[in-house]
Ligand binder design. Structure first.
Ligand code: PAJ
Length: 569
């Protein structure tokens, strides 16, 4: 039996008369539970009810119908709704409250006792009534301020609705393997239970947490095979899980870092290269002669050969190029060669991560046909005396900061790789925008018969562009480094809002960096073609930047679109 001061004027305590409007699942469940708790409940009734005679009216209707339903309610009673997202303004001019159960209500009803409930009220009395209803239902009430409703409700959707979407996806993939949904249930229960008992950090297990990239690649290939529409979701989840695992346990997240350096000989000796033969389905090749012999037949048959030049330590950025090549070409060759000629610092070359067997497994996982991993001697035999050097586009930005020798090293090795492989198409990443522009100029100037494809930058969930150097960042610097992407977005946002002065857009980017004490080597708005600074933003413009964050040099860029759009690289 409930008594409220505001209804009780006689000696006999009056039961609070509560009208429930809305005959859906929630209205039905609340009417039952509150009547059991001692309230004098009428309803659930239809949406046009005026609530006359009630002390309080509770609207259990969809958000869009709260205001129309409220307009039918006669003046007098307290008026509440059960929405998490909608504010109390919809109840005006009534004295209003809201009670949002943090609990799902299915056709079978709901278990309110023990669940949370978000409450709010336009007056202390209305808030107290919402608290009282929650208590009567055995719920843990928490007051959520109006400005916090959006975040509160998003959290509820992620925790509940999106989890169901994930489980539905898991069920589909499981079904393709002949595993029934029911067989996943104990796993899901144990996971949620671990999350509740141990917290998210300790509850996270599995291949992403272990850094087991080979397994992730295999899983992705399977998803792509049995439920291709789920691949983007899978990729996003891997990326978000990686970011979470990295923030959680900075010491042990990237197993490649240690494994790589342990096995590194640094002189192009066999320890730098994958074991010959390689994983099933992929051929690992160490010499130019062998490679040419292998490609002779496909070339004669007019098959399309794609090349992805790399220096190893594969991450999703590299794998995205390989997948693209796999999609577009008949034969996919990936070169893995840590090119000493493009490092201007011996320490940098020594520290370059290497894990050739792991790389070979990843490449095989995405369907690469040949992993070409030559030794330093194979590429630069004694007496080697030729250099390919591109002028102009190599001079600003990276050229100015790393020295011309860097790009001379890149153009020399890439020319050699083109001659060794003879690809129809070669794939490069937008992540290294200047490198891509230099390569385009190289093939144009030297009439090299290869098409250059530049693929979008692959980013971590928090926006940091993937790079083999990221593994050197300390946890704190890993967080600071996200400012690079924010800076580029700030420049894009300024331009989208109408800014055409590169200096002003640059200042916006700079502000994001200085906010976390990052002094960039450069932040510029340049022509995407020539890499020269622009004096007005029009046409294809790139925002580019480089910065040393905690001793690790990072670069990033963003194509800028003057007429809106995300310009997402
Ligand atoms: P590496 O740094 O191994 O990069 C190989 C290719 O992967 C490059 O084309 C690079 O732009 C691309 N890449 C790197 N990170 C990426 C990301 N987050 N998203 C998309 N693509 C990404 O670049 C080199 O090697 C070398 O200079 C090389 C061209 C192989 C010459 O030695």
């Amino acid at each position: 039996m409930r008594e409220l001061e505001w209804t009780s004027s006689s000696d006999t305590p009056a039961r609070t008369r509560l009208a429930i409007v809305g005959r859906g699942r929630l209205g039905t469940a609340l009417a039952g539970a509150l009547s059991q708790a001692g309230y004098d409940v009428s309803g659930p009734m239809g949406r046009g009810a005026d609530g006359r005679g009630a002390d309080a009216v509770l609207l259990c209707v969809p958000d869009a119908e709260i205001a129309p339903a409220a307009s039918h309610v006669a003046p007098g009673p307290l008026l509440g709704h059960c929405s998490g997202a909608t504010g109390l303004g919809e109840l005006t001019p009534h004295e209003g409250f809201s009670l949002h159960p943090l609990m799902t209500v299915t056709a079978e009803g709901a278990e309110f006792a023990g669940a949370g409930a978000a409450i709010a009220g336009t007056t202390p009395r209305a808030l107290a009534f919402a608290a009282e209803l929650a208590e009567a239902l055995g719920m843990q009430a928490v007051e959520v301020a109006e400005p916090d409703r959006g975040a509160y409700h998003a959290a509820a959707s992620i925790a509940s609705n999106f989890l169901v979407t994930l489980e539905a996806a898991a069920g589909r993939v499981a079904a393709a393997a002949g595993v029934q949904r029911e067989q996943l249930v104990p796993l899901v229960r144990a996971t949620v239970d671990n999350w509740a008992r141990l917290g998210p950090e300790r509850a996270l297990t599995g291949p992403v947490a272990r850094g087991d990239e080979v397994t992730i690649v295999r899983q992705r290939a399977a998803v792509e095979d049995v439920a291709p529409d789920l691949t983007p979701l899978f990729d996003e989840l891997v990326s978000a899980t990686r970011a979470f695992a990295a923030a959680r346990d900075p010491s042990g997240t990237d197993t490649r870092a240690t494994g790589a350096r342990d096995g590194y000989a640094g002189d192009g000796s066999a320890g730098d290269r994958p074991r010959p033969g390689g994983p099933a389905g992929m051929n690992v090749i160490g010499t130019v002669a062998e490679l040419r012999a292998e490609l002779l037949e496909p070339r004669r048959a007019g098959r399309r050969i794609g090349l992805v030049p790399t220096m190893g330590a594969f991450h999703e950025g590299h794998l995205s190029l390989m997948r693209r090549a796999r999609r577009d070409c008949d034969v996919v060759v990936v070169s893995l060669f840590v090119n000493p000629a493009q490092f201007n610092d011996a320490g940098d070359l020594d520290a370059y991560p290497r894990d050739p067997d792991h790389d070979a497994a990843l490449a095989a996982g995405v369907g690469v046909d040949y992993l070409f991993a030559p030794s330093v001697d194979e590429v630069y035999p004694s007496g080697f005396a030729t250099e390919v050097s591109v002028a102009g586009v190599t001079e600003p930005l990276e050229g100015a900061h790393r020295g011309r020798a860097h790009f001379d090293g890149v153009t020399t090795i890439v020319t050699k790789l083109f001659n060794m492989v003879g690809p129809d198409v070669a794939y490069f990443g937008q992540k290294d925008a200047q490198q891509a522009a230099v390569i385009r100029r190289l093939v144009r100037d030297l009439d090299i018969p290869v098409a250059i494809e530049v693929c979008p930058t692959v980013r971590e969930a928090d926006g940091l562009a993937m790079s083999s150097r990221n593994m050197h960042l300390s946890p704190a610097d890993r967080v600071r480094a996200t400012a690079l992407h924010r800076a580029l977005r700030a420049a894009q946002d300024a331009v989208s809002a109408g800014e055409r002065d590169p200096g002003a857009a640059r200042e916006r980017a700079l502000a994001e960096l200085t906010a976390v004490s990052i002094e960039p080597e450069y932040v510029e708005l340049v022509s995407a073609d020539t890499l020269a600074p622009v004096d007005r933003i029009a046409g294809d413009v790139l925002a580019v930047l480089a910065a040393v964050v905690g001793g690790t040099r990072l670069i990033d860029n963003q194509p800028i679109q003057p007429n809106g759009g995300t310009g997402r690289p």
